[in-house]
Design a protein around this ligand. Sequence first.
Ligand code: C5P
Length: 230
Amino acid sequence: MRNLPIIALDFKSADEVHTFLNKFNEPLCVKIGMELFYQTGQALIKSIKKRGHDIFLDLKLHDIPNTVSKAMEGLARLDIDLVNVHAAGGIKMMEEAKKGLRKHNADIKIIAVTQLTSTTERQLHEEQNIQTSIEEAVLNYARLTKKAGLDGVVCSPLEAKMISKELGSDFLKVTPGIRPKGAARNDQQRITTPEEAKTLGSTHIVVGRPITQSEHPIDSYHKIKESWLS
Ligand code: C5P
């Protein structure tokens, strides 16, 4: 995966995706989520790849180890660069996910979601019955992910620093919740700027609406890219 901001292509259809991508004349990193993938399947992946872009397929797999392994065998045949599972599935599930992926592909990176950034501490305590802070819960899942041999985690930039400190700077920290100064927060609670994310140890940032909903998407993207790479 190139070291570029990953644009979250949270559009409703393949047509909207291509209308957006037509504005750009350079290789990009993009994220395809489940809402788009379930509708458009492999055709969209192929057409985005044809344009020369790197793809993070954000499907967050979570099932029994055998099922996830078989699903990964299928995904390994797609021309993607990064894929993910839920760390809550456990070490065995993550190991099997990687094994499934490696049957057909040696290059796709695989990472795990720790706690969703939409999870509040109340939900963690009352619904998941995990009686720690969010940070502790995230660090625990990051440790399991590393133990399972995966390449890294999806987390908040605010958690990236402690994960880097314990699990190393090479362990991927792919971080959404990015907002340039002055941009609308939307529904994101714990945000940082691209510069802050870099300082905190994010290895990749995921940015959606500040680019996709911008009146000037190319300018917005380049500003974020410059801040991230500076
Ligand atoms: O538009 P925005 O920049 O908020 O988009 C962030 C993207 O990252 C969305 O696709 C969202 O689903 C995803 N994401 C997130 N928080 C997580 C995991 C994924 O915001 N913990």
